[in-house]
Design a protein around this ligand. Sequence first.
Ligand SMILES: [Fe+2]
Length: 203
Amino acid sequence: MATHSLGRSEFGNPANAGNTLSTTEANELLNDWVKNDRLRLHMHQVAHLMKSWAKEKESLDEKEQWKWELAGLLHDADWDQWPDDHCRLIIEELEKRNVDPEVIHAIASHGPGYFGVEPVSKMDKMLYAFDELSGFLHAYSLMRPNGYEGIEVKGVLKRMKDKSFAANVSREDIRDAAARSGISMEELIGFAIIHQTKFAAQN
Ligand SMILES: [Fe+2]
């Protein structure tokens, strides 16, 4: 990935805690910045996983769920058009729009090996955990005759060992992210299967 360390660890203004974008604003930004359909789908998938996790596993209220969803929705917003400036541009944009620092920090830390920012909060860790895993799962669904239908955890794990399959998805990042989240790979994959399958059925 042609990315650079962000060179800082503080993001956004604490005075903006609780501020988000409206759904319309977030979708407009996404559609303006990201022209690649596959990438847009990826961002929506990750957003759906983030929202579902916040709701089901963290029992967060709707306002908090939207923060998690928003971080997922916009985490790769600048990757399509400005890969060399990923994810500096989206961070600066969200800072300009006075978005809650927690959302911005989650985006800034979704690739610690690339951006030099450590995931700290649960939101940070889950975004990192779902990012590559979601992409891998989608790639796996595309090579199956029935898509997402009937995908099992053990099948995903087995396919992960095949280095030639979806070679651009870093297994090391998937493992590192799972370890940092403190959640087993089996649970993460199981959760992603359920919710990504639901998402595919609705879209
Ligand atoms: Fe991503």
